[in-house]
Design a protein around this ligand. Sequence first.
Ligand SMILES: *[C@@H]1O[C@H](CO)[C@@H](O)[C@H](O)[C@H]1NC(C)=O
Ligand SMILES: [Cu+2]
Length: 621
Amino acid sequence: MLFSTQMTLLKGAVLGALLLASAGSGVSAGKAGTMEVVGNSGVSAQMMFLGTENKVYILDKTENNPIKVNGHPAWAVEYDINTNRYRTMDVRSNTFCAGGMTLGDGRWLVTGGNKATTTNGATAQPGKGYGSYNGGKSLRFLSPCDNGSCQWNDQASNALNTERWYPTVEPLRDGSNIILGGMRDGGFVPSQGSNNPTYEFYPPKHNGGSRPMGILQRTVPMSLFPIAYLMSSGEVFVQAGKEATLWNYAKQSERGLPNIPGPPRVYPASGGSALLPLTPDNNYRETILICGGMSVGKTSNWGNEGGVGMAITQKPASTSCEQISPIAGGGWQAVDALPQGRSMGQFIQLPDGTLWFGNGVTTGVAGYTTNPNDVGRPVGQSYGDNPSYQPLVYNPKASMGNRWKRVGSTNIGRLYHSTATLLPDSSILVSGSNPNSDVNMNVKWKTEYRVERWYPEFYDAPRPSNAGLPRSFSYGGPGFTINLPSAAQAAKAKVVLVRTGFSTHAMNMGQRMIELKSSRQGSRLSVAQLPPNPNLFAPGPALAFVVVDGVPSQGKMVMVGNGQIGTQPVGAETQLPATNGRRDVEEEREVVEERHLSHHDDALTRSGVHARSHKTSNERL
Ligand SMILES: *[C@@H]1O[C@H](CO)[C@@H](O)[C@H](O)[C@H]1NC(C)=O
Ligand SMILES: [Cu+2]
């Protein structure tokens, strides 16, 4: 009697805890698998990132936004994801097509940009026009905050070695950033003269100079915003044009990889790319997935600084998806093609291990022109048209032919200069779109300020608690424990870290997810620290989640590493106690597979996908 009363009380407490977790995280019912407009961004979201559990930081290029700050149009805000209100922020350098990333000490860096501008993007004298300064060499810093008082540190005295417009930034094992490529001056695509085929670091290494990187020179004009991911070996995977390579920045040497089949993928072809989740199951093997892009026939069709070289706006984008595991060896592998071609589609890592793919267009590419008679046949100013209104979810663990699923829909076109980021409740914030030289409300594809939120299918499910998660994680060293409500839940539980990344130009620079090793003792989950290799997940802020049976807790903003830039302490790999529970590992796998099988009704047919991949394999640069 006493025993069963205790059981009832316990059940009540567990249910209460679950409901509390839901209510406390702002989860409301009935949103799963849908998308809705939630607010207005004030400035158009050309760049966006999650800075705290409550605040997203949005940057635009310098343009005539209706909101003002210190006497000039604003191009930066802090957006509160709970109230959907923004706080205007002052940045003085032109952030036009900058890159960005977290540093090992928790700061965000936004670097590169373009000249001071005025009406329709015309160059202005510094401080004149819209009040901006040349951002080509800018290093801007922000320590995100929840109290409304943090500001951008944007001093001209902090400067890159060379001007970089369209640079990629990737975090490294010591919490520094590598800053890759870009252009010295504005334009649609570079020539050898305007291209900057070099890289540098923040904080600077080797006396602050820039060093050459062959792939960024060989792939002109398809060399901007190179796709870059740090590998476990310490090399940086770099993809541009048709090429791919592993760059060793310590030795300044490279190991060439096979050319990527299908179309070019970097801006302005703008395929979407992601590093698939690093998990104990895949032995932390890195696999890069790249989807969509655009073929134009011959290279000269890409044009030059002045614009594209052929009619592009109605040309269908590619459906091709290719993946590669560069360190494990082997070449590119075609995987399930997109159900419809996409340029500027963007991957967002979800904590359940699947990836959202949204935004972008089905015809045309990134970029715009102010010349209505341009050979590219712009729609208004846009080189892209026919946006995709169909977000997809990619399940890398599903069998081939069953990996894509349509989830939700929108009626807002997200063309050039649109963005997306994961939020702590596992919804996705979507904003931006402005294929225009300035704020423009007189064209088909207007400057877009509406902010949407996409909700995953698990959104309305009761969420596990994140209470046991520590605030910081180390490389190796003593692990920690999480107490789940039952042994059955512990058998389906894991802890994952997601770096949500810096969203711009269909990329989320630095985005990746790692699952920590764990074992279970009854209802207790023993969790290892990160593997003893900072290259697998560079130091800096990340979101941590407890995921039970594919349903994530509220994400917690944590620090990976020691919170400083520099060589990270690395301990021995965490020794976990043996698992003892009622379910064995085989049973656990079955549960996961059942979940995925239950989605089969909506999955795309294998034959349809196969026909499409065959077609795209003939595409040429
Ligand atoms: C606001 O928060 C930041 C860190 O999150 C802190 O450094 C700063 O002192 C706080 N400012 C005020 C006015 O509370
Ligand atoms: Cu741009």
